[in-house]
Design a protein around this ligand. Structure first.
Ligand SMILES: [Zn+2]
Ligand SMILES: [Zn+2]
Length: 217
């Protein structure tokens, strides 16, 4: 699996493009917010010859859904996320006003829901959906046990953790249905129980590992 990371929009969301050797790809939070970012994402997808198969949102806070409309228009693929976050799509203007984020290209309705234990798959890439409420009610992480490409490259497991877990901290729990106790217990039971060498690729900031984060909990 190839993983390309971008940092998009004024909130610095890590957007990830996962692809296999045949060019099938999965976008995680493709949160482009202006013309320059849209061009950068589109150029990468075009130059790498990728076909966008699935679009996943770790959660539906405005900073993570800013690119949903563009991606749907351009590639004809609707985003998927956890059902418990869908109310946030009705609060895009409120979030934009609150955080000074653009919302001139609102995210449309989702194409489908993802739940804990689901598998998202394109050939050679298998992601297990992990639901941890608390930063938002429908917060998701995506776990890839076999991230290696079989060519001797990186083959530690990988976790796309959204705003649930960051390097050295966790997501805030004071926004729209946040719940600190649920967040901490979900991290402990569902994320810190993954293999310690799992590389954690969060929704903001640098990567970390499960072992590195165990000391904070
Ligand atoms: Zn968030
Ligand atoms: Zn965020």
């Amino acid at each position: 699996m190839q993983i390309k990371q971008f940092v998009f929009n004024p909130f610095g969301v890590n957007a990830y493009v996962l692809s296999n050797s045949a060019g099938d790809s999965i976008l995680v939070d493709p949160s482009v917010s202006d013309e320059r970012e849209r061009s950068a994402l589109a150029a990468y997808i075009k130059d790498a010859g990728l076909k966008v198969c699935r679009v996943l949102n770790t959660h539906l806070h405005l900073d993570h859904v800013l690119g949903n409309a563009f991606v749907e228009r351009t590639y004809g693929v609707k985003a998927e996320a956890h059902e418990a976050d869908t109310f946030l799509l009705g609060l895009q203007k409120e979030q934009g006003d609150m955080f000074g984020l653009p919302f001139d290209d609102p995210a449309p309705a989702l194409g489908g829901f993802l739940a804990d234990g689901d598998t998202v798959e394109v050939p050679g890439i298998q992601l297990r959906v992990i639901h941890v409420a608390g930063h938002s009610p429908g917060g998701l992480a995506f776990y890839c046990e076999n991230a290696g490409d079989g060519e001797g490259g990186e083959d530690a497991p990988v976790l796309f953790s959204g705003d649930i877990l960051f390097a050295g901290s966790r997501g805030r729990s004071d926004l729209f249905g946040g719940d600190e106790a649920a967040l901490v217990s979900g991290i402990k039971s569902k994320i810190l129980t993954l293999p310690g060498n799992t590389v954690v690729l969060p929704g903001h900031g640098p990567f970390t590992t499960v072992d590195n984060e165990k000391m904070w909990f």
